[in-house]
Design a protein around this ligand. Sequence first.
Ligand code: BG6
Ligand code: MG
Length: 212
Amino acid sequence: KYKAVIFDLDGVICHTDRYHYQAWKQVADDLGIYFDEEINNRLRGVSRMESFEIILENYYGSMSQEEKTFYAEKKNEVYKELLKHMSPKDLSQEVKETLAALRLKGLKLAIGSSSKNAGFILERLGLSGYFDAISDGNNITYSKPDPEVFLKAAQFLSEAPIDCLVVEDAKAGLEAAKAGNMDCGAIGDGKTCNIATYQLDRFSDLLEIVEG
Ligand code: BG6
Ligand code: MG
């Protein structure tokens, strides 16, 4: 029944949470801002600058836009250094096999990620060139929960949004799919917010869902 599947990247195809945490933690410590794993969880699916705004809720000074950009870039430098630890070994066998099986069923596969590092992460995982389309933080104006990133992915695939299934681990991403009139499957932490069309206990549950 679906013609394409659009995957969020961070938290769905791979797990970059702890790298985001370590990199933000370094910036927060430099600025004397309290930051913990719980706050880090609120950054899922949210763009880099919006993530920093959330972190700054615990900053009691004032900061100019230039300074905000400076610290966000600093975080990204640390983050990119940490991403170099990633390799094709970080791609689970289950994800690899499920993607291949979906493709065999004739489905188009795309990435719909808020990250500006999506291309680099896919390269580290050995997935460069694997997806039929990539829509990421570099081709959008509005980040999740706005549906733009997923609508662009559907457009890149030349498919109607209604024929696409979105897979997400973050509330902002599930809301974005809904706003784009797309069905969505929630995985991992995404299962705790009950707005998804399907709940995925495992990544490979997708195979049953696309069978209809
Ligand atoms: C999302 C992550 O995929 O990308 C967020 O879930 C992150 O935590 C966002 O803030 C932006 O990432 P980047 O790589 O552009 O800083
Ligand atoms: Mg995610």
